[in-house]
Design a protein around this ligand. Structure first.
Ligand SMILES: [Zn+2]
Length: 351
């Protein structure tokens, strides 16, 4: 069997020069998707999400995730928080969540239940307590299909009755914010602050730094959200050093968590911002036909030779931001490890 994905000299050099010495020998990855294609039967997202992530990996069995860490982080021990990947209500939630629970128990990895907003309180509570889940992962495309993409609000896929249960059991939620304005959307900011106020025992992690992939996406969101002291942010699938600086300045290193969003960050690319929009530059033909995707752009093979992994770019960006903010080794340790360990322990995970 061949290697899961190609690892080049440029990757090794990038890792050794910019990453290896800065990371703790053992760290937590707070955002990973683990699933088998057979769980996604019936998938249909109604055009409410971007399409490029499906080009990287059709599935991510736990063996592939473990192998990815062995390839990307030689000599390090990585403990992932794992959860499934669903885009529509017609997929096999019980099978996918059951798979997560089984592999989490086997490896003693922390895990999240992939929740459905149409679950009643009783069903949600039963599903949450069925496995060893630290909380739930929710996603915008599981909202009522009659709501158009830009009208989806957080409570459409993270309903109050489920927040009340998360609050009762002191569990966490991994939240990918909806809407084209991303985290700067005033409705998102207001609803996140409402959650923090009404459900103080729910630990909310805002995924991808609120999807602020370009500085134009921030608005005053980070300073507004800094006022809710328990609110956490993961940096997964984001490579923007300036965004990370703004985030660290607003909330400090104890509320920023390393996460990968694997497997999509196995993508080999360089991300740029143009007029406030992010574009992933990829080698011509490497990821099939990307012409219909405004977030993807092909570059020549020569240019693409210089590209390394999305995940390495993310880590280099946060380390660069940490250094520009004057953070020290213990701050970096807290971003990659201790903040997440504390969070998971509070949600019931025993290492
Ligand atoms: Zn994700």
């Amino acid at each position: 069997m061949g290697q899961l994905f190609e690892y080049k000299d440029i990757d090794r050099r990038f890792y050794e020069e910019k990453i290896a010495d800065h990371l703790p020998s053992s760290f937590i990855d707070i955002h990973t998707h683990v699933w088998l294609t057979k769980h996604n039967e019936g998938r249909e997202d109604g055009g409410r999400t971007v399409t490029w992530p499906s080009l990287v990996a059709a599935e991510n069995p736990i063996e592939d995730l473990d192998e990815t860490y062995r390839i990307l982080f030689p000599g390090k021990r990585v403990i992932p928080l794992i959860f499934s990947s669903f885009l529509s209500r017609s997929e096999k939630f019980s099978v996918g969540n059951g798979y997560i629970d089984t592999v989490a128990k086997t490896a003693n990895y922390p895990a999240l239940l992939y929740g459905r907003p149409d679950w009643s309180s009783e069903v949600f509570e039963a599903e949450l307590l069925k496995g060893t889940f630290c909380g739930t992962k929710v996603y915008l495309s599981l909202s009522d299909p009659s709501i158009s993409r830009n009208n989806i609000s957080i409570f459409d896929f993270l309903p109050h009755h489920q927040l009340a249960i998360l609050n009762r059991y002191k569990k966490m939620v991994m939240l990918h914010v909806p809407r084209d304005k991303r985290i700067r959307d005033p409705l998102n900011v207001a609803q996140i602050l409402t959650i923090a106020e009404k459900y103080p025992d729910v630990k909310v992690v805002i995924a991808h730094a609120g999807r602020a992939y370009c500085t134009e996406d921030i608005g005053n969101a980070f300073t507004e959200l800094a006022k809710a002291p328990e609110l956490l942010f993961d940096i997964s699938a984001n490579t923007n050093c300036d965004v990370f600086i703004k985030l660290l300045e607003a909330v400090g290193p104890k509320r920023v968590l390393f996460g990968s969003d694997l497997p999509i960050t196995r993508l080999r690319m360089k991300r740029i911002c143009e007029n406030g929009k992010y574009i992933n530059l990829v080698g011509k033909g490497t990821y099939g036909d990307v012409s219909a995707d405004p977030n993807m752009r092909e570059v020549s093979a020569n240019e693409a030779e210089k590209h390394t992994f999305f995940l390495y770019e993310e880590i280099a960006a946060v380390l660069n931001a940490a250094s520009k903010c004057g953070l020290d080794k213990s701050d970096i340790e807290s971003i990659f490890s201790s903040c997440s360990r504390t969070l998971l322990a509070r949600c019931g995970y025993k290492q």
